[in-house]
Design a protein around this ligand. Structure first.
Ligand code: HPA
Length: 238
C-alpha cells in the first residue's frame, strides 16, 4: 500500500516530511518544538490532534510529529513515515523513568538498545529473540552533540514496557541486568526501523524515579524543560 494520505496521517505529498523526523510522545511537545526550534514550520498533519510539522533548523529541513503513547501507537506512526513518506530517520525525544541508581531527574539517556515485555516482535515470526538497537551513526552524532552542548550522555539499554501501572513491580529485576530507564515506545520504533531498512534513535530525559525518590517532573516541566534533548536531536540531524 502506498496511497496517500495514510489512515493516520493527512499529508498527501510523499515529501511532506523531511528525511529526519523528531518524535516526542506528546502532540503539545511537537507543537512546542515546531514553534520554538524550527523556522518556517508548516503543519503537515493534524489527524487525531497528532500534530506534525515540517520546517528548518539551521538551514536543514526537519520534521516533528508526535508518536502518542505506547508501542502500538508509535508502531503505526513510524511505520507510515518510514514506508509511505520516504522518511529515513526517526529520533524519538521522550521521557523515561530511571531504573539505574546512577540516574537523576533531567538526565539524558540514549537508547543503544531496547529490552521489552511486549509481543511486538511476534509479527516477524523469528525463530529466536530479536535485539532492537539504535542506528549507530545517529547515536554517534547525538552523543557528540550532547558533549558539545555540555550534557553528560548516559548510553545503554532502555526497557520499553507495555504497562505504565504494572502489577508485577519488576523494575529491580531489569536493574540487575543494567537496564538504565523505562519508557513505552523505543523497542517498536527500533523494530520498525530495522524491518524497513531505516534508522532510529531514542533519546529520553528522566522525568521520574520510580525505584527511588519517587520525584517527578510536572506536566509543564515535561513539556518545556527538555530543550537540551531537543537541541541534541536537532544537532544530530543530517
Ligand atoms: N514508566 C513507563 N514509562 C515512563 C515512565 C515510567 O515510569 N516515565 C516516563 N515514561
Amino acid at each position: 500500500m502506498s496511497k496517500l494520505p495514510t489512515p493516520h496521517i493527512a499529508a498527501t505529498e510523499k515529501d511532506a516530511f523531511a528525511k529526519t523526523v523528531l518524535m516526542p510522545g506528546d502532540p503539545l511537545r511537537a507543537k512546542y518544538i515546531a514553534e520554538n526550534f524550527l523556522e518556517n514550520a508548516v503543519l503537515v498533519n493534524n489527524t487525531r490532534g497528532v500534530q506534525g510539522y515540517t520546517g528548518y533548523y539551521k538551514g536543514k529541513r526537519v520534521s516533528v510529529m508526535a508518536s502518542g503513547m505506547g508501542m502500538p501507537s508509535i508502531g503505526i506512526y513510524s511505520y507510515e513515515l518510514f514506508n509511505f513518506y520516504d522518511v529515513d530517520t526517526i529520533i524519538r525525544v521522550g521521557s523515561a523513568g530511571a531504573i539505574s541508581p546512577e540516574l537523576h531527574l533531567r538526565d539524558v539517556v540514549f537508547g543503544m538498545g531496547a529490552c521489552t515485555n511486549s509481543a511486538y516482535a511476534d509479527q516477524y515470526r523469528l525463530p529466536g529473540t530479536f535485539a532492537p538497537i539504535a542506528d549507530y551513526g545517529t547515536l554517534q552524532n547525538a552523543v557528540k552533540a550532547a558533549e558539545r552542548l555540555g550534557v553528560k550522555p548516559y548510553i545503554g539499554n532502555l526497557l520499553s514496557s507495555d504497562t505504565f501501572y504494572d502489577d508485577a513491580n519488576s523494575l529491580s529485576e531489569w536493574q540487575k541486568m543494567g537496564v538504565l530507564a523505562i519508557e513505552m515506545e523505543c523497542a517498536a520504533l527500533y523494530m520498525n526501523a530495522s524491518r524497513s531498512g531505516k534508522k532510529a534513535l531514542a533519546i529520553c530525559t528522566i522525568s521520574d524515579c520510580p525505584l527511588s525518590s519517587g520525584e517527578e517532573c510536572t506536566a509543564l516541566e515535561r513539556e518545556q524543560t527538555f530543550n537540551k534533548m531537543i537541541e541534541i536531536a536537532l544537532e544530530a540531524t543530517e
